[in-house]
Design a protein around this ligand. Structure first.
Ligand SMILES: Nc1nc2c(ncn2[C@@H]2O[C@H](COP(=O)(O)OP(=O)(O)OP(=O)(O)O)[C@@H](O)[C@H]2O)c(=O)[nH]1
Ligand SMILES: [Mg+2]
Length: 454
C-alpha cells in the first residue's frame, strides 16, 4: 500500500507568525528540496546525515525567496517512515506559499488533509486509533482531553484492544484445533477453560464501554443549560464562567431573550453552556418565544444549572420550576451569596452550591460538584484507556455483543463450533479500532477530517 508520490504541505496555521514549516515526505523529498535549497556551506542535502539541520536559502532561479533552516530526516525513522524534509521559513503568508509552490513546481504533489498521518498509518508507524489520537491532541479542549489523547497516541488503547483480540483469536484457534483433529489425542479444550478465557475479555470490554460516556464528555463537552426565574443572575453566571462580559446583564427582569451559547473550560471540565431567558408567565411575545426556547434547551441538556436568588426566600415560581427540572442532572446555584446569609429552603442540599456571580465565590465548589456528578475525577486518576471516540465505542459495543452471544451459548452447553462465528465477529470488530480489519473507505473518511499538513 506504499505511496510513491512525494507530498508537500504547509504544516503551520495559515497566517503570520515567527516561523512557518513546510513539510515534504516521500522517496524524493531530499532531491526535490535540493532543487530549491542552497546551503551556505555549499553542500547538498542529499549528502547530509539523517536528523540534521541545514542553514541556507530557498532560491527561485538565482533570486532568494527566503533565508531558511532545512531539516533532513531519512526513512525509516520519521513520522511517515518516509524520507522527510522540513523547511523552516519566515512566517509570512506570501513567503510560505512561495516556498510551497516552488516545491510543487519541482516535483512534489500537494498533500491532502491528513495525508502525512495516513502514510504513517499505512507504513505501520501508527495504528488507526493512534492516528486518530493525533487529531484529538490537536483539537483537545482541555488538559484532561489532552492527556487522554496522548495516552491513546502512546498506545494504551491499542495494547488493550490487541490483547483482548489475541485472547479471542487464541480461543478460536484452540476450538478449531479440536474440531479439525478430533481423533488426535489432544488436550480437550473444555468449555470451562474457554469460558474463563472469554470472561476476562467480556469484563474488560464492559469496563471500556463504561468509560465511553465520560470520554465523550471530556472531548466534546457537557451540554449545560443555565435556567431559572428572571433576574436571579443567570447571565451573570454565564459571564462568570466565560470570564468575560458575554451576555447583557441588567436589573430588569426579562433581559435575556434568545439563547446565548459559549464553550467554557472550568478546570479540566469543558462545558457547552447555554444561557436562557428567565422563565415566567408573560404576555410579551418575544419573551415568551425565548421562554419556549429555554424549555427546549432544558429538555436536551446533560447538565442543568438551576439558578435561584439565594439572598431572598424562594418563591413558588422557583419551586415549580425546580420541579420541572429535578429529574435532570441538576445543580442548584444559590446565587448572590455576597448579599447575605442563605435562608432555609427545601431544595436538596447535596445538589446545591452557594455562589456569587458578582465575586466568583463558590466557583471551586461548582467545579467539584460537576466533577463529582460526572465522575471525571476517576478518569484523571486512573490514566488507563478511556473511550473518547464514537467509532471506537460502536466497535467495542458490537464486539461485546458478539462475545456475549458466544459466552452465553457456551455457558448453556452449546457445542464449541456453534460459537466460532460470534468469536470471529468479535475479533473483527476489535480489529476495526486499530485498523487491522477496516475498509479503505473508512480509513479515507477518518483522514479526511484531519487538517492540511498533518
Ligand atoms: N449582588 C449580586 N448581584 C447579582 C449577582 N448576580 C447577578 N446579580 C444582579 O442581578 C441582576 C440580574 O442579573 P442577570 O444576570 O441579568 O439575571 P438573569 O437571570 O440573566 O435575568 P434575565 O435574563 O432577565 O432572566 C443584575 O442587576 C445583576 O447585577 C450576584 O452574585 N450578586
Ligand atoms: Mg439573562
Amino acid at each position: 500500500m506504499t505511496e510513491h508520490t512525494t507530498i508537500a504541505a504547509i504544516a503551520t496555521p495559515h497566517g503570520t507568525g515567527g516561523v512557518s514549516i513546510i513539510r515534504i515526505s516521500g522517496e524524493d523529498a531530499v532531491s526535490i528540496a535540493d532543487r530549491v535549497f542552497t546551503a551556505k556551506n555549499g553542500k547538498k542535502l542529499a549528502d547530509a546525515k539523517s536528523h540534521t539541520l541545514h542553514y541556507g536559502w530557498i532560491k527561485e532561479e538565482d533570486s532568494v525567496i527566503d533565508e531558511v533552516l532545512a531539516s533532513v530526516m531519512l526513512s525509516p525513522n520519521t513520522f511517515t517512515r518516509e524520507n522527510t524534509v522540513e523547511i523552516n521559513c519566515h512566517g509570512g503568508l506570501v513567503v510560505t506559499e512561495r516556498v510551497l509552490s516552488l516545491l510543487l513546481a519541482n516535483g512534489a504533489s500537494l498533500a491532502s488533509p491528513g495525508e502525512f498521518t495516513k502514510r504513517a498509518f499505512l507504513n505501520g508507524r501508527l495504528d488507526l486509533s493512534q492516528a486518530e489520537a493525533v487529531i484529538d491532541i490537536i483539537n483537545s479542549p482541555s488538559n484532561l482531553a489532552l492527556s487522554s489523547a496522548a495516552n491513546q497516541l502512546g498506545g494504551a488503547l491499542s495494547e488493550d484492544i490487541n490483547r483482548l483480540r489475541d485472547t479471542v483469536l487464541e480461543s478460536l484457534a484452540k476450538i478449531n484445533a479440536n474440531l479439525d483433529y478430533p481423533e488426535e489425542d489432544m488436550d480437550e479444550y473444555d468449555s470451562s477453560e474457554l469460558l474463563t478465557d472469554l470472561e476476562g475479555v467480556k469484563n474488560r470490554l464492559a469496563e471500556l464501554l463504561s468509560t465511553a460516556n465520560r470520554g465523550r464528555l471530556i472531548k466534546d463537552g457537557i451540554d449545560t443549560v443555565i435556567c431559572g426565574r428572571p433576574n436571579v443572575g443567570k447571565s451573570s453566571v454565564l459571564n462568570l464562567l466565560a470570564r468575560e462580559s458575554r451576555a447583557i446583564v441588567t436589573d430588569i427582569a426579562g433581559t435575556t431573550r434568545d439563547v446565548i451559547e459559549e464553550r467554557i473550560t472550568l478546570r479540566d471540565i469543558v462545558l457547552n453552556v447555554f444561557d436562557t431567558a428567565g422563565i415566567r408567565e408573560t404576555t410579551d411575545k418575544i419573551e415568551s418565544l425565548g421562554i419556549d426556547k429555554s424549555k427546549e434547551y432544558i429538555e436536551k441538556a446533560e447538565l442543568v444549572l438551576f439558578v435561584v436568588d439565594g439572598s431572598s426566600p424562594l418563591s413558588d415560581e422557583d419551586l415549580t420550576l425546580y420541579d420541572s427540572v429535578k429529574d435532570k442532572n441538576v445543580i442548584i446555584l444559590m446565587n448572590k451569596a455576597d448579599l447575605g446569609s442563605q435562608p432555609e429552603n427545601t431544595l436538596p442540599a447535596e445538589d446545591t452550591v452557594v455562589l456569587s456571580a458578582k465575586t466568583g465565590e463558590g466557583l471551586d465548589a461548582l467545579s467539584d460538584k460537576i466533577e463529582e456528578k460526572f465522575r471525571l475525577g476517576e478518569i484523571s486518576a486512573t490514566n488507563t484507556a478511556v473511550i473518547t471516540n464514537l467509532r471506537h465505542k460502536e466497535a467495542i459495543s458490537s464486539a461485546s455483543a458478539s462475545l456475549l452471544r458466544a459466552y452465553d451459548a457456551l455457558a448453556s452447553g452449546m457445542p464449541h463450533d456453534m460459537v466460532s462465528i460470534d468469536l470471529v465477529d468479535c475479533a473483527t470488530h476489535l480489529g476495526e479500532i486499530t485498523g487491522k480489519t477496516v475498509s479503505e473507505e473508512i480509513v479515507d473518511k477518518i483522514f479526511a477530517r484531519f487538517c492540511l499538513g498533518k
